[in-house]
Each structure stands twice: as C-alpha cells, then as structure tokens.
Design a protein around this ligand. Sequence first.
Ligand code: ADE
Length: 252
Amino acid sequence: MLIGIIGAMEQEIKLLTKSMEITETKTIGMRDYYTGKLFGKDAVLVFSKCGKVAAASAVTCLIEVFKVDLVIFTGVAGGADRALNIGDIVIADRLVQHDMDASMLPGCKKFEIPLLGVDIFKADSRLTALGAKSAMHYVSHYMAEDVSQEALTEFRITTPKVVVGTVASGDQFIADSSKVRSLTEEIPDLKCIEMEGAAVAQVCYEHGIDYIVFRVISDKADEHASINFPLFIEKTASHFTRGIVRQFISEI
Ligand code: ADE
C-alpha cells in the first residue's frame, strides 16, 4: 500500500519530512513530492499550500501520478465547537465546503457541489475510528514528552481531547466569532474550520480513494486567531502531526 500524506504548510509537516527516508523528490506544478519510507511504510509526502484549489491539485497529483491507495491530510484548524481548546484533536467523519453556495439555483442545497450532488462528504468509518484510536494513543503515551513543556504551558495544554465530527473548509482564514457562530448554527456537529479538508474529501470521493483528515486546534477562529495560529504553527503543530501520523501509520 502506498500512502499519500499532505499538510497545507511546510511548518505543519516539517518533522514528518525529517522522519522520512526520502528516495526521490519530484517537482510537479510548483510542489515537491517526497517519495520514500515513512515509519516503515511506503509513502509520498507533500505540502500543498493553503486553500481548496491547492489541496485539490496536490491530492489529484498524489492519486493520478503517484497512484496512492490512501490519503492522510494532517494539519491545524480553528476550533468551532466551544468545548474544544488549543491542542485538542479532531478526526473528520464529515466534511463540508462552507463557502460553496449555489442555493439560488433550482434544486441545489446550500453547500452542495452543483452537478456532483453532494453537500457533505462522509469519511470511511473504519478509518475514522482507527484515527481516533491512534490520536488517543499518541495523547496518552507520547504527547507529554514529545511537545515541549514551554508550548504545553503557553497554550495551556494538559490532556487534549480527541473528538470525531464535522470539519468545514473554505478559502478564508476565519478570525471572527460571529462567523463561527453562524457556521455552527448552519452545520450540524461542526468541530473545526480549516481551508483544505473538504476539497481533499471531494477529490478522493470522485476517485474512490480512502482518506482521513486529522486536525489539531491551533486557535478558536475568533479575534485572537491571527495571533494564536502562527505561534502554534511555528512551535507545536508538527510535533502533533508527526505523532498522530506515526501512530496511525503503525496501526494500518
Ligand atoms: N486553520 C487554522 N486556523 C484557522 C482559521 N481560524 N480559519 C481557517 N483555517 C484555519
């Protein structure tokens, strides 16, 4: 099995890149794809850049050029569920493109991709359950020694929660609590907001490829988001992404 792994930003996957035994690097469409062994498994790793188009392009390349069998997307997100704090982990069981709205067209619901007829992409339940188990294992066994004490203190992370739920993606960095409120009212079980996951879900759905989306909460998509997001990205994100992906890969 060949596993494709994507993070939107270099900072989010920098420790995964360091952990990989790279045998080949191919540059396609302004992105570097690293092929090799990651934690003993055959893998291709790429950072896509931010947004739905970038993520869709990267995942299409992983599927069409590299012929991956499974896609793992990993990175950070803004928390939408008020019960979630920085450091908590979300595994997507449903993904929606929150900025898609063609509901003014006859027969098209809000969030529905016109002509595809899907508004919410449902992830594979076996992979989602395995993802949650892996994330919990990482949190209870490795996180405390993996993430620096300074970062744990700075972001007040004790024992992160691991939750499964809806992830909303759109081409907007959200730093506005009223926008978060309106999205939580419109989207059932919304856990977090980011910019790529539902685009990856759409492409994988169209190609019949399994995928999993892991998100670590870096901010609450509120008025502090523009400060918390870059701090979390620089110091902490890639410890979480490496730990969760390592655990997940070792269990599949
Ligand atoms: N990724 C991390 N935080 C985010 C936010 N507040 N909005 C969109 N994407 C994000």
